[in-house]
Design a protein around this ligand. Structure first.
Ligand code: EPU
Length: 292
């Protein structure tokens, strides 16, 4: 596992790995990821050390370059891929900038959030992305303006490009109102989701509402009676059907087995084959292309 501290180090690590025949897996915060039991072959590059956040007018090295010389009063947050989502929401709250409140409670790093268009009922990350800095598989960095991107539901639409950083366009607002909205979303979320337990977040994407009569994935799982179903240390949350929680000693095998079981139950009951939202890293043979 390689741990670059800057986007440039990331680029060099990527190129080095590619030259040696590997297709590196990228590890952000790991919030939406299940890793198979055992030893994982290959190269992982983590964004964990790439946590910098810039604002226009900041006197720190790199700020002018990353904010593209935006005027000091612009509500722009520019961050490297390893910046934590909760930290970015906190910064927006402290500044009274509106736009990220709907992402309150979303774990993980900015890079993964942009790549997968993290979000939920109250908003998605791409609602505020102004531009994204990416690394192409051949090792070139590019800045993509929002207009050139086609994000969708739980998908940043960036293909094989890797996110190195992004600029988020927020709007100056009222500090108390921003704080209040964040508090309300967090409260609503913890009332319906198992936020204090260990999980990978929602397991399945919500299906097309036309096919499911508007029922969410969690509701479909509940309706087929799968809540509370267990396999080893893994359990379909009794609070929210779209979460599999680790009761303490679950192995990836338990979680993956339970996911397939639930997918089958929902398919038998409704004909809807739910699509997995959680990313899974399996065990490829050395040198295999680990791309999903
Ligand atoms: N519901 C049930 N039973 C359940 C679960 C849900 O009846 O077991 C009902 C709820 O009562 C509600 C509806 O289904 O009426 C939707 O539930 P919820 O509000 O929890 O939203 P969701 O569609 O299940 C989405 C995102 C979440 C995000 C929330 C809130 C997906 C797959 N999930 O959940 O994202 O936190 O909205 O914004 O899009 C994630 O991506 O990991 C994730 C958790």
């Amino acid at each position: 596992m390689l741990e670059p501290a800057t986007p440039e180090e990331f680029r060099l690590a990527w190129i080095e790995a590619r030259e040696r025949g590997h297709w590196p897996r990228i590890l952000g915060g790991g919030a939406n990821l299940l890793i198979a039991d055992g030893t994982l072959e290959g190269v992982v590059i983590t964004t964990d050390r790439m946590q910098r956040v810039f604002r226009p007018g900041m006197r720190e090295a790199g700020a002018e370059e990353w904010t593209n010389d935006a005027a000091p009063d612009e509500a722009l947050l520019v961050a490297w891929a390893g910046a934590g989502m909760p930290g970015l929401v906190r910064v927006s709250r402290e500044l009274g900038w509106t736009g990220l409140e709907g992402l309150a409670g979303v774990p993980g790093h900015l890079g993964g959030g942009v790549a997968m268009n993290a979000g939920g009922r109250w908003g998605e990350l791409w609602d505020v992305v102004e531009r994204v800095h990416v690394l192409s598989p051949s090792g070139e960095t590019r800045e993509l303006p929002r207009a050139e991107c086609t994000p969708g539901y739980r998908d940043g639409g960036l293909g094989d490009d890797v996110v190195l950083g992004a600029a988020l366009r927020l709007t100056p607002g009222n500090k108390a109102e921003v704080a209040e909205a964040i508090k309300a979303y967090l409260a609503e979320k913890s009332a319906v989701q198992p936020v204090t337990e260990h999980s990978s977040g929602c397991v399945f994407k919500n299906p097309d509402p036309e096919l499911s009569d508007g029922r969410s994935a969690g509701k479909l799982v509940e309706d087929c009676g799968a809540k509370g179903r267990r396999r080893g240390g893994a359990e379909v949350s009794t609070k929210h059907g779209n979460f599999v929680v680790n009761k303490g000693d679950a192995r990836a095998e338990d979680v993956l087995g339970l996911i397939e079981e639930v997918r089958g139950l929902v398919a038998d009951a409704t004909g809807i084959v739910l699509e997995t939202e959680v990313q899974v890293w399996g065990n490829a043979a050395p040198g295999d292309d680990p791309r999903p």
